[in-house]
Design a protein around this ligand. Structure first.
Ligand SMILES: N[C@@H](CCC(=O)N[C@@H](CS)C(=O)NCC(=O)O)C(=O)O
Length: 188
């Protein structure tokens, strides 16, 4: 597999973690905005070349990796829902982050303000859940995706984890997992 991406992307990180879990060989091709615009119609990373196909989204790449290694990509509905919630947090936070770089703020844009409130409402819902039984040696894809989000948002100073003690404890627990720890965006 050729995996195109950046070392800071939380979506790419999830794919790298899955590949490391199976010790599956892959070629990592560092890809900037210009290259992703030329090679992927979504103009995003990750994308991947597998066998004779190009895959354009981390979800398709993860499905390939899990099934290639004899496992299902989601047979648990609640975990798939968690994955979707974490994706929503990621997409929304990336919009806030990238628009902020262009000078658009929650004060100047009603839509961005709505995005910010989506992030806070979703985090509050997830904060209410019991994360104490999560086994960092047996993480699900929903849990990995959420941890990739929390770690990235903290790294980018978009999220004060002190306001979410249960999620902070969950992330500290997942940080014990070597493949997760070894793919932290600060190591890029
Ligand atoms: N749904 C996509 C989202 C990928 C995504 O948003 N990647 C970000 C990097 S973390 C990106 O390339 N953003 C560039 C842009 O939005 O222009 C996936 O799961 O692969």
């Amino acid at each position: 597999m050729k995996l195109y991406g950046s070392f800071t992307s939380p979506f790419v990180r999830h794919c790298r973690i899955a590949l490391l879990q199976y010790q599956q060989a892959f070629e990592f091709i560092p890809t900037d905005y210009g290259q992703s615009a030329a090679l992927n119609p979504t103009q995003r990373v990750p994308f991947a070349d597998v066998e004779t196909m190009r895959l354009h989204d981390s979800a398709a790449i993860l499905k390939y990796i899990r099934e290639h290694n004899g496992e299902a990509f989601f047979n648990d509905l609640a975990d798939h829902d968690l994955f979707c919630l974490a994706n929503s947090l990621l997409d929304t936070s990336i919009n806030v982050f990238l628009l902020g770089k262009d000078g658009v703020t929650t004060e100047s844009s009603a839509y961005l303000s709505r995005q910010q409130s989506r992030i806070e409402a979703t985090l509050q819902e997830l904060e209410q859940r019991d994360w104490s039984a999560v086994d960092s040696t047996q993480l699900s894809d929903g849990q990995i995706r959420l941890a990739c989000y929390l770690s990235w948002a903290a790294f980018r100073h978009l999220l004060a984890l002190d306001s979410y003690p249960n999620l902070r404890a969950f992330l500290r627990n997942v940080d014990q997992q070597p493949h997760f720890a070894n793919t932290h965006p600060a190591l890029a």
